[in-house]
Design a protein around this ligand. Sequence first.
Ligand SMILES: NC(=O)c1ccc[n+]([C@@H]2O[C@H](COP(=O)([O-])OP(=O)(O)OC[C@H]3O[C@@H](n4cnc5c(N)ncnc54)[C@H](OP(=O)(O)O)[C@@H]3O)[C@@H](O)[C@H]2O)c1
Length: 240
Amino acid sequence: MEPAVTGTKNVMMAAAEAKVRRVVITSSIGAVYMDPNRSPDVVVDESCWSDLEYCKNTKNFYCYGKTVAEQGAWDLAKKKGVDLVVVNPMMVIGPLLQPTVNGSIMHILKYLNGAVKTYANAVQGYVHVRDVALAHIVVFETPSASGRYICYERMLHRGEVVEILAKFFPEYPIPTKCSDEKNPRKQPYKFTNQKIKDLGIKFIPVKQCLFETVKSLQENGHLTIPKKAKGCENLIRARY
Ligand SMILES: NC(=O)c1ccc[n+]([C@@H]2O[C@H](COP(=O)([O-])OP(=O)(O)OC[C@H]3O[C@@H](n4cnc5c(N)ncnc54)[C@H](OP(=O)(O)O)[C@@H]3O)[C@@H](O)[C@H]2O)c1
């Protein structure tokens, strides 16, 4: 809450004081879709907001914090006359710049290092970190860009994620069973990424995102390469 809400407010105040041309904020899909009262038939677009009470009651303080932070930014933009554009990415994956593993990369790493034996019955949208960076540049540089931009390439069930990972990297102990074998496979909300696509973004395919994430984890020493897999580079590339 503190870095998200106060940090965003501080940036908006500083930007207003410095009279910057445009502010681009990294919000999240977490500020968009957490609303149990929306019908599953509704296509989730940039007009949707997460329900703060629901986030609080379900103790989802990441989504709560991002929603309060983004709403606060829009209020300040209006009050102070700041030209604000917001990017709302889904799960960001791809090569790491930082030396540590963050939350969204752990989401993939846990399927490779034996940390989990099953995958959840859940769905998530994914986007390559380079596309998220590009989205920020494009909304900054396009004068007509305004409002919010949902940013993702594709929705995948966890079962599809592990399937893709296992095809590229069969040498790891990737789970093959769902933790919930009673219920049918969860279906994703209907989302749209048309608004950002209309600004010319062509998303990197999710398979490539997953492949590059794992390669980066190996190259940065977060994931050991099993002996039998060494020398299989060409085979992996062929699958890819
Ligand atoms: N990763 C995703 O899937 C995802 C999806 C949607 C939106 N986002 C948003 O994208 C942004 C970056 O996320 P990320 O996944 O890249 O997170 P991350 O890897 O955990 O990086 C967070 C960054 O924020 C800095 N930071 C944390 N607390 C701070 C504080 N109190 N003061 C100053 N800096 C602070 C950290 O600095 P240090 O390196 O010095 O610790 C770090 O550079 C966040 O706003 C997040 O909500 C991420």
